[in-house]
Design a protein around this ligand. Structure first.
Ligand SMILES: Cc1cc2nc3c(=O)[nH]c(=O)nc-3n(C[C@H](O)[C@H](O)[C@H](O)COP(=O)(O)O)c2cc1C
Length: 177
């Protein structure tokens, strides 16, 4: 099982990035890619969306990392999710490869608890795409960063159970063929 984190924050070294790094999977930063907003033409935009999807599809588990911006996911992440629409129309073979992959969310925000409307679009979108949603781990940054809290939230990431099994060497036994 391999895992990739896709970071969508206005800054690559902020709270959400810090949480992603603390969890420790390889991180791709959406700010390093030119992803144009969805535009209904669906092909020929020539940006980095399809090459980025190619990379993501090499992984079994995809962790989306977003801060809470106005009760919602970041604009960077929303643009990325909108573009997945291209995979339902013009690039269906690629879209089908998302099916069965595990997905999770990590997030940071200034609220103690994120509003339910933050997680729902992720959960529903992963469901629509036939992905296996494993939940969300959330970091409250209202008081800045506390190392102990960061470590706790990081340890509680959505793939924690499988990850513990994988790193304990019992993965083959625990995962049905
Ligand atoms: C544009 C913007 C909108 C925000 N909106 C919210 C919000 O609706 N709810 C909330 O709890 N925090 C909100 N915050 C605070 C951020 O979620 C919080 O500081 C987060 O940890 C920032 O992560 P980052 O460093 O990756 O950007 C907002 C911050 C910004 C910059």
């Amino acid at each position: 099982m391999n895992t990739i984190t896709l970071l969508g924050s206005a800054r690559g070294n902020g709270y959400t990035a810090t949480l992603a790094e603390a969890i420790g999977f390889r991180v791709l930063n959406l700010n390093d890619y030119l992803i144009r907003p969805f535009d209904y033409r669906g092909n020929g935009t020539g940006d980095d969306f399809l090459p980025l999807m190619d990379k993501l599809l090499q992984y079994d588990r995809i962790l989306l990392a977003s801060p809470l911006y106005w009760y919602s996911m970041s604009g960077q992440m929303k643009v990325f999710l909108d573009r997945i629409t291209d995979l339902l129309t013009h690039h269906k073979t690629m879209g089908r490869r998302l099916r069965g992959k595990a997905a999770g969310v990590i997030a940071s925000g200034g609220a103690q608890v994120p509003p339910p409307c933050f997680e729902e679009p992720f959960r529903l979108t992963f469901g629509y795409l036939g992905m296996d949603y494993q939940g969300m781990s959330y970091l409250d940054t209202s008081q800045g960063l506390d190392d102990a809290v960061l470590a706790k939230v990081a340890a509680n990431h959505p793939f924690r159970d499988d990850y513990a099994l994988a790193s304990s060497g019992n993965w083959a036994k625990a995962t049905p063929a």
